[in-house]
Write a protein that binds this ligand. Structure first.
Ligand code: HGY
Ligand code: MN
Ligand code: MN
Length: 427
């Protein structure tokens, strides 16, 4: 494809896949992909992405919380922006598409505009959020919350598995924890926030569609539980005299699963992390920590579920003479996608020749934080088998291409004035 003064020999999709593989190789674990917040691997990934942003004609910088931020000016300087983005951190033993596909596709779209010398009446900004997954410090959406100006400074005192506080991790990463406020943007600077992301579920595949329009992002509650009993000799303490924290946790986990399985409101509950201490075969576990992740399409339903399952956990702890510490570490309401953005995404999908299909997101996304300063739209891209948060996560080249074409079409046909709260765009 020849455009402007550059010859683009590969398709958007091929460029995206190439960069997904490059970024996917930056991991703290050999043979698997793990890139958590403020790790040295996240810094290496940030430098790679910043370089791509600059190649695409953007000014680019790392913001005060570690987000990578690129800006492609409009026809005139300083115009409000259409913000595109996703996250560039990952879960442990992750797939390489969850997050990076949105960042890399947005950069590819800007690079295409730049190659053609195309400027729009508004600026385009691309953000790679530094911590959407919340793997390291329990809380989540740290990057997008800082950009939305809603970062909770108390998180700075939380510690990771190795006892490192977020405050110290920021300093080691080269950032100033007392300067996080500088990452905040205002509603006036943003016309809208638009994220392309893999579906992380099987619906588009069952519909035989490459892309979909997201209607809303399901809310979530995360809790941290700690049960404290009494460690003891595995061979000498009679069963009736034990205060076994791991057996107690197992009963709690069973109760959570049973509660969610029998729910009819789309409730899902997950215990994704557990740690038993002291962690020896021949020692009765005296202390167990585990996490709880509860989600439902309707906020009230999720909150009611949490309010009903907590007393069940408390009763198990009491009956087993275990001390329970249970804290909510994250709470986010369901974020609706703006109708005016859904409409423009649907039109772009139609123009690109695909059927328009709307679906909700069971997975959380940075749009849950960005909704505090901008209307949110999301484009889903089909992923094989709906697999995600797993190394088998995969997007076919044709679907990566389809997603990029739709996003580029939304950008080039974007009608910012349709946003009810969008600032006036000059030009
Ligand atoms: O947990 C989620 O839904 C997202 O992948 N962080
Ligand atoms: Mn994600
Ligand atoms: Mn994820």
């Amino acid at each position: 494809m020849v455009a402007g003064n550059a010859v683009q020999t590969t398709s958007l999709g091929e460029e995206i896949v190439r960069r997904i593989n490059l970024l996917g190789a930056i991991s703290e674990e050999a043979g698997k992909l793990t890139r958590i917040y403020l790790s040295k691997e996240l810094r290496e990934a940030a430098d790679l992405i910043l370089g791509w942003m600059r190649e695409a004609g953007m000014s680019a910088h790392l913001d005060a919380i570690g987000n990578v931020c690129g800006r492609y000016e409009g026809e005139g300087p300083g115009a409000p922006c259409l913000m595109l983005g996703s996250h560039y951190d990952t879960v442990r033993d992750a797939g390489k598409w969850d997050g990076p596909l949105g960042v890399i596709t947005a950069i590819a779209c800007v690079a295409d505009l730049n190659r053609r010398g195309r400027r729009l009446p508004f600026a385009i900004e691309v953000v790679g959020f530094a911590d959407e997954e919340g793997v390291r410090f329990a809380s989540t959406l740290l990057g997008s919350r800082a950009l939305a100006g809603t970062f909770d400074k108390s998180v700075l005192n939380t510690r990771d598995r190795d006892g490192v506080s977020m405050r110290d991790a920021l300093i080691t990463f080269g950032l100033d924890p007392d300067h996080i406020g500088a990452a905040a943007r205002t509603r006036r600077e943003l016309i809208a926030y638009l994220e392309l992301h893999i579906e992380q579920g099987p619906v588009l595949e069952t519909q035989n569609l490459p892309v979909g329009v997201v209607t809303a992002i399901a809310g979530a509650t995360r809790l941290a539980a700690r049960l404290t009993g009494m460690a003891g000799h595995a061979g000498t303490v009679p069963m009736a005299l034990r205060r076994d924290a791991l057996a107690g946790a197992a009963e709690c986990i069973g109760a959570i699963e049973q509660f969610c399985r029998t729910d009819e409101g789309g409730l899902v509950g997950t215990v994704g992390y557990i740690q038993a201490k002291p962690g020896a075969t021949n020692v009765i576990p005296g202390e167990v920590s585990f996490t709880i992740d509860m989600r439902a399409p309707i906020d009230m339903h999720r909150k009611r579920a949490v309010a009903e399952i907590v007393p069940q956990i408390e009763a198990i702890a009491e009956r087993r003479q275990l001390v329970l510490q249970l804290d909510v570490t994250h709470e986010n309401g369901t974020a609706p996608c703006a109708p005016w953005l859904k409409e423009q995404i649907a039109q772009a999908i139609g123009v690109e020749g695909f059927s328009v299909f709307e679906l909700p997101s069971g997975a959380g996304h940075d749009g849950m934080a960005m909704i505090d300063i901008a209307d949110v739209g999301m484009i889903f891209v089909r992923c094989r088998g709906g697999i995600s948060h797993h190394p088998d996560e995969h997007v076919e080249l044709a679907d990566a291409e389809a997603g990029a074409r739709v996003l580029l079409r939304v950008i080039e046909n974007f009608r910012p004035w349709e946003g009810k709260s969008s600032p006036q765009v000059t030009g």
